[in-house]
Structure formats: structure tokens, C-alpha cells
Design a protein around this ligand. Sequence first.
Ligand SMILES: C[S@@+](CC[C@H](N)C(=O)[O-])C[C@H]1O[C@@H](n2cnc3c(N)ncnc32)[C@H](O)[C@@H]1O
Length: 180
Amino acid sequence: MWPEVFGRTAPVELDLGAGDGIYIEARARREPDRDFVAVERLLGRATKIAKKAQRGGLRNLRILRLESAYFLKNLCPPGSVEVITLRYPDPWPKRRHHGNRILNSDFAADALRTCKKGGRLQLTTDDREYFAWACREVATCPDWMPDPRWMGEDEPSSEFEEKFQQEGRAVLRKAWIRKG
Ligand SMILES: C[S@@+](CC[C@H](N)C(=O)[O-])C[C@H]1O[C@@H](n2cnc3c(N)ncnc32)[C@H](O)[C@@H]1O
């Protein structure tokens, strides 16, 4: 599917819940040899990303206005993606809302199926409780192996990262590699 979407064969990365697209636009601009898909469920935000891609002539960036878990489960070909990124997913702090959290065990299993062997799932959040919870959910899939080498140092910032850093909030990062 991705070669038809992008008109070439290149490593594909997904940014799920891409917000206004500051991060994914920077990645697409910086890495023309990779292809990027931004998934965002809010129309206004998805439109902003589309405008950025159009203005910047970024032929390696596509935008989907869609629910991320549905996209992973139903539309992404298995073993087709190199990296899946979640940056500052909504933490839904109240216990009765935990069912809304995107990174649950079902998501972890769908992400595993979607990634190539050696592919990576990477999470950045400011929320310690959510971070611990997400790590436990991913651990339900033993084929996701923690990748201690990924510290995200060379990652461009995103809208929420800029906001949270100004507020002096923590930046917690973790990545997992799909076992071969
Ligand atoms: C806290 S913001 C983070 C945005 C961006 N990743 C950043 O770092 O600035 C979370 C974003 O995810 C989107 N979102 C939340 N749940 C989603 C879902 N299930 N599918 C797609 N987008 C989702 C929200 O609309 C929002 O734009």
C-alpha cells in the first residue's frame, strides 16, 4: 500500500495524534528519504498539517483525519512500518477515563503487527502515571523489547513539548523494538 500512496518505496513512519504537526513537518523536511503519515482525529488540526505539507511542498508527508487505533487495526498493512510515534498522547488521568487511553494492550498488539521486524514504537509524555501505565500495557506483548538506546535527543519538538517545557514539566521517553 505505501508505495502506491507515496509513489516510491521508502521507510514509513507514523505519527499518531499529530496535533498541529510541528514535529512531523520538521521530520519530513529534514528527512526527504523517509515517508511520514500524520494521523489526527480533529479536523482543524489535520487541516493545519495539510496546509504545512502543501506550502512546504512536502511530498513525503500524508495526513489522515482518523482515529489512530482504527487506522492501525484496519488500514495499515502488517509489517509495513518502520517507526510508530506517540508524542504527548492525551493522558486521561481519571481512572474512569482510562479506557480512552490510546496506548493500551490492544494498541500495543496492533502496533506490533504493523511494524516491520526491528521496527520501533516510541512514546514521549509528560505524565508519570500514564508513562508507567503505558509501559505495563506494552509489556503484555513480549515481542516488544525495550530499546534503552533511544533517548529521542535528535527529535524535533512539538507543540505540546514546547508548551510543557516552558511550564518546566518532565519529558519522559521510551521506545520498544519489534523482535526479529
Ligand atoms: C496532547 S495532543 C499532542 C499533539 C502532538 N503530538 C504534540 O506533541 O504536540 C494529543 C493529540 O492527539 C489527538 N488525538 C487524541 N486521541 C486520538 C486518536 N484516538 N486518534 C487520533 N488522534 C487523536 C488529539 O486531537 C490531539 O491533537
